[in-house]
Design a protein around this ligand. Structure first.
Ligand code: SAM
Length: 296
């Protein structure tokens, strides 16, 4: 158990004893319910309820998640006939990239990693299997698509990780709690990308990094806006742009790295044709690393 919680009420560091988090300064105390620390404040829940209702409705209509434990255990691999097979193939490639990136950048290290916007915890599970101390954080504790779905892997595999229900813009952790904060398909849900990056950096140690994978990246906002206009329903999820990411990094004196996945010649040709048809660029799932300069 890592003593890194910050009191959501007064901001002091908390103590953990027998799984109960207790603030050292005020009266705040909380225990996990079905394995999840619910640290979402009532104000935050009110603020996000509309988003959660809409998100659940959209995800249910897309038939996300499964009744089968085996489905969660297999992620990111899904059956051939799965309606989101292409998407999961993309997620698998990003996961492989992440595995190599961590092994090369932090060789032989057990890292403290926050999976921010973890959903059903599929990536947190792999981070734990790679030997890291992982924490899954999400605002959604849904049993099919949110943190509660993490119970399937925790009950079936010899791994452990913590699950925390909270807003990623108000992380309930002390400064420099993690070596890495990873947003997997989640950073583009930010209402304010600069504010979210600042909060992630606060929780990241010097020498660590904030990593974004599987968020759609466009060269220009014009193409991102065209994509938004094509959507049947305007949810909270938006997009990133290379220029916007550079601005975020430059304004904070950060070193930005962009790793573009290679898609191969034939997929590149298909992408060109689709872009001509649609009259806009198709997003690329660039892998983005904001390096927090300094040494521990
Ligand atoms: C597309 S899902 C990605 C889930 C998971 N990372 C994955 O790879 O499958 C985006 C996630 O971000 C979460 N999210 C959105 N806004 C959030 C916020 N303010 N705080 C915490 N999580 C948030 C959603 O609840 C959702 O689980």
């Amino acid at each position: 158990m890592i003593p890194f919680f910050r009191c959501p009420s007064c901001g002091s560091q908390c103590q953990i004893q027998a799984a109960t988090i207790t603030c050292a300064t005020c009266t705040y105390a909380t225990s996990p319910c079905d394995g999840i620390y619910d640290i979402l404040t009532a104000d935050s829940l009110r603020h996000h309820q509309g988003f959660l209702d809409q998100y659940h409705r959209i995800r249910r209509s897309e038939k996300r998640g499964s009744e089968q434990v085996a489905w969660y255990l297999g992620l990111p691999t899904v059956p051939e006939d799965h309606p989101f097979r292409k998407e999961w193939e993309q997620r698998r490639e990003s996961m492989e990239w992440l595995r190599k990136f961590l092994a090369e950048r932090f060789p032989n290290r057990t890292l403290d990693v926050l999976d921010a916007g973890a959903g059903n915890c599929w990536l947190t599970r792999h981070l734990a299997e790679w030997g890291h101390r992982a924490v899954a954080l999400d605002i959604d504790d849904d049993p099919r698509d949110g943190l509660a779905a993490g119970s399937h892997v925790l009950a079936s595999l010899p791994i452990s990780f913590q699950r925390v229900r909270a807003d990623f813009v108000h992380l309930p952790f002390v400064d420099s709690a993690f070596d890495l904060v990873i947003f997997n398909g989640a950073f583009h849900y930010a209402l304010d990308q600069g504010q979210l990056l600042d909060e992630a950096l606060r929780a990241t140690r010097p020498g660590g990094a904030v990593v974004l994978i599987d968020s759609p990246v466009y060269t220009t906002a014009e193409d991102g806006e065209k994509m938004m206009a094509e959507r049947a329903e305007q949810g909270r999820a938006r997009y990133l742009t290379i220029m916007g990411l550079n601005d975020l990094a430059n304004a904070r004196g950060l070193k930005l790295e962009v790793f573009t996945p290679s898609i191969g010649f034939f997929n590149w040709l298909r992408k060109q044709a689709a872009e001509l048809r649609r009259g806009r660029e198709l997003a690329i799932m660039d892998r983005i690393v904001f390096n927090k300069i300094g040494t521990e």
